[in-house]
Design a protein around this ligand. Sequence first.
Ligand code: IPM
Ligand code: MN
Length: 367
Amino acid sequence: MYKIAVIGGDGTGPEVTQEAVKALHAIQKKYALSFQFTSLDYNGTRHMETGKILSDDELEGLRQYDAILLGAIGHPDVKPGVLERGILLKIRFGLDQYINLRPVQLYENVETPLKNKGPKDINYIVVRENSGDLYTGKGHTENKGTDNEVAVEEMVYTYHQAKRCLIYAFEIAKNRRKGQAWANLSPEDIQKGYTAKLTLVVKSNVLSHVFGLWNRVYDELKPLYPTVKTDYIHVDACCIYMVESPERFDVIVTTNMFGDIITDLAAVTQGGMGISPGANINPEGVSMFEPIGGTAPDFTGKNQINPLAAIGSAQMMLTHFKEIEAAEALEAAMKKVIKKTKSMAAAKMGFGTTEIGDMIAQEIING
Ligand code: IPM
Ligand code: MN
């Protein structure tokens, strides 16, 4: 039995998470596994009512679960950053979820803004480092509010952080079969000499301290992964290729801030926030599964938001648990339901949020 903490969060977060839980209920009916869900109200509404954000005890409490399903965090009436830092980043950092995994896959029947690109072209995975960089909160301001104000935000990485992230990315690349972000290479693939490509995306032409380190560790690891082709591109050029020739990517590994930015661009190319899943992974600890999209306040409570990104995140959770049969069944259900939709955008799917969840559950049961 898997113990799952469910943090719906704010805005449309609870609505989409509920559909992910619905899908998992169907999965446990059909497959020999079971979940115990515990709903936790770590969100902006609780903060407004009680002043609480996320206490150290609550953070520690999360360690008892096998995984966390998270919707979205952020409240229109709370100063930006308070909840993001106090809940979301506190969990990511506190539980040392040092990998943020964001698969970029265009499914059949999903519209992409990229001209002449299809599901075969837009099919890669971004490994975003999730524990360092500009996100550590290190920095300071001098002479605040004066004409002489100086503001410093420090980009911090250790050798250890770069290395564990790059090893994770090399391992993904070593095992990844194109077309199935998660599946291992088949014996036929290996016979054909198939190898995946890993692309390091940073900016070492300008920021030589941090990215000099990343490049050195990358070079150090390359000989240990002889079957993985390697490539390097600067992050600005990466944005060009993600639009012009996404087919050149297989696995991208990048640092936290750049990863944040390029995965929003990537999400748009695969059909938008409604279909873009994600996972915050601590390979040795508790991981958290979270769609890339935010709280979408305009759609809150309207039953119009697309739950497929949250459902896809639940699929990533199943894969993380190595429940491959169940994960594949969930993805198959997603593909079938996507074929029936009009769009991935909120309010334009041709179905309501709960209907999409019902259809997914039905496909799992039928499948
Ligand atoms: C994301 C979000 C977060 C981030 C924010 C809400 C802190 O943009 O998950 O991509 O910057 O990582
Ligand atoms: Mn982001």
